[in-house]
Design a protein around this ligand. Structure first.
Ligand SMILES: Cc1cc2nc3c(=O)[nH]c(=O)nc-3n(C[C@H](O)[C@H](O)[C@H](O)COP(=O)(O)OP(=O)(O)OC[C@H]3O[C@@H](n4cnc5c(N)ncnc54)[C@H](O)[C@@H]3O)c2cc1C
Length: 222
């Protein structure tokens, strides 16, 4: 889980520019340390080491977030979502929720989902959460509120309050993604409608979640 650059807070506060990072990465000699970091982070998914993926995220995904906020006046609310996503989520408002939590439950990391609680604790303790956990973290909250617009507000609030890189264009694009933005419709299911669903089995396939839980509990996680 430790294999990512952790550059986002520096990018957010303007201490580093994407251009500087790209120049560093391109320069094989001077950029050695960063190149090694980029290489390592791919071990996370078990896929082939690929510098291009890092650059795609740093340039394309980041610019997509900027573009989204610049051109969308509703960038921080449910209203920003594409029509299909809003419609499908609203169609499933009556679906029974397996659990419902208050904002206070979430801020106390007191849900019945140990992975969600660990991700929330990681964010509160370190100001950072792993990218993949961020996706899972957001998707779960969607299902815990009867009012999907409230779920949206709660996610923006938590992300911006506790993340060092919060209040960024990427923050709003990231939350919006959990609700279907920059994605396509998937097979229809309860609560999520056609919005992409994520569950704990996906986490367990990708990561050693036992180790992640231990690391968060012991404070040994960045
Ligand atoms: C619910 C949710 C909330 C998010 N909130 C934020 C936030 O508050 N601030 C923030 O900067 N990012 C946010 N993201 C996007 C992404 O998770 C982070 O950019 C990434 O985890 C930052 O860690 P890193 O610098 O170690 O990333 P690395 O994987 O090392 O990537 C390097 C850089 O590429 C860019 N990047 C990587 N992934 C993405 C992505 N999915 N979208 C846009 N740019 C990306 C970032 O600028 C990042 O610093 C969020 C994603 C989700 C799903």
């Amino acid at each position: 889980m430790d294999f990512q650059s952790d550059l986002s807070p520096y990018l957010h506060f303007g201490q580093l520019s994407p251009l500087d990072i790209i120049e560093e990465v391109k320069d094989a000699e001077d950029g050695y340390a960063l190149r090694a970091l980029v290489t390592q982070r791919k071990k996370l998914t078990g896929t082939e080491v690929n510098l291009a993926d890092f650059l795609e995220e740093l340039i394309v995904r980041r610019e997509l977030g900027m573009n989204f906020c610049y051109y969308n006046d509703d960038y921080d609310s449910f209203a920003c979502l594409p029509t299909w996503a809003k419609a499908t989520l609203l169609n499933h408002l009556q679906d029974p929720r397996e659990r419902q939590y208050s904002l206070s439950d979430l801020e106390n990391a007191a849900t019945d989902d140990p992975y969600w609680n660990a991700a929330q604790k990681q964010m509160m303790n370190t100001g950072k959460m792993h990218n993949y956990m961020r996706m899972y973290w957001g998707k779960r909250v969607l299902a815990w509120f009867e009012n999907v617009e409230e779920a949206y507000e709660v996610l923006v609030y938590l992300n911006n309050k506790y993340s060092l890189d919060g209040r960024d264009a990427n923050s709003y694009a990231g939350v919006a993604w959990c609700f279907g933005k920059h994605d396509r419709p998937w097979a229809e299911r309860d609560i999520y409608g056609m919005v992409r669903y994520m569950n704990a089995n996906g986490l367990k396939r990708k990561f050693d979640m036992k180790v992640y839980l231990q690391k968060v509990e012991s404070g040994d996680v960045r």
